[in-house]
Design a protein around this ligand. Sequence first.
Ligand SMILES: NC(=O)c1ccc[n+]([C@@H]2O[C@H](COP(=O)([O-])OP(=O)(O)OC[C@H]3O[C@@H](n4cnc5c(N)ncnc54)[C@H](OP(=O)(O)O)[C@@H]3O)[C@@H](O)[C@H]2O)c1
Length: 305
Amino acid sequence: MNNDCLGKSDLKSSRLIYGCMRIAGDQSSSDIDKGKQAVYSAIDVGYTHFDHADIYGGGGSEQLFGQLLQQSPHLRDNMVITSKASIRPKNDENAHAPTRYDFSKEYLLSSVEGSLGRLKIEQLDLFLLHRPDYLFDIHEVAETFTQLKVSGKVAHFGVSNFKPSQVAMLQSVLDLPLLVNQVEINIHNIDALNDGTLDQCQQHKISPIAWCPLGGVAYPAWGNTFSAADEQRIAIELSEQAQRYNCQPWQVILAWLLKHPAGIFPIVGSTNPERIIAAKHSLNLDYSREDWYRLLEARNGQTVP
Ligand SMILES: NC(=O)c1ccc[n+]([C@@H]2O[C@H](COP(=O)([O-])OP(=O)(O)OC[C@H]3O[C@@H](n4cnc5c(N)ncnc54)[C@H](OP(=O)(O)O)[C@@H]3O)[C@@H](O)[C@H]2O)c1
């Protein structure tokens, strides 16, 4: 699979990242086996970058991945492991704690320890702040990142779901470059195209990573606002394009993301080996500017002005 450097670093990642959010399923032994097969399929077909978060499967996704690495330690070679922290579920400390975001030093350090323990590794290649904490103290985060870097527990840093102003604010007090901004980008949610996120990525060589790339096509996107008519119009356009490119409609969506010059890395979250493997085909489509705009037009229900 194509490999590209993340941000300004020389850390190489497969252009398609494998997302581990769903790999532990309902934690039953059959879902765990399915999740392991999914990860093995991803490794076999050339994904080298695996996306985690402390909260995926309540820690179960990292745990499953750690078991797999323990069984086959050589898999860690040439692999990029990302994890994220900041979302704290309600009642995690006491019965009255609400769901909240937490960028405090104490919490982030303990979360990284937890991820390393579950993944059974010594260092995260990339650590991301999962969602911006409203009570975000940039100086405290900078200190935390420095401590994690000096201790060797994290090699590189990035953010997720940050607005361009928040990226700029944090970067202004950091000596280390933020390598990525992981945001939702799919046919339903195109905020990153309009709110300056992809502009900032391109200008400052920050790699945009797209979560839920198939939202709005394979399943309803978060906060779905598509009407039945919208869905039908998009499905017709996708089906015509899929015929033209001799591929499946959902592979067209990945090509649509890959076309953007900011260099989007889509995260594939399927646990179906056939789909994990087939996603790779999107990298070979010679997707045209005209089709890119046709799909945007189908999404918007109108031509661009
Ligand atoms: N930073 C953040 O805030 C954030 C938020 C959410 C997710 N993420 C990351 O992004 C990754 C990807 O997200 P995602 O899992 O939502 O990605 P996705 O690849 O957009 O969606 C995967 C889901 O779509 C289904 N699917 C895929 N192709 C399909 C098809 N052709 N027909 C029907 N269903 C299909 C999959 O089912 P099957 O398994 O049956 O194929 C799976 O349930 C996650 O694993 C996680 O690492 C990050």
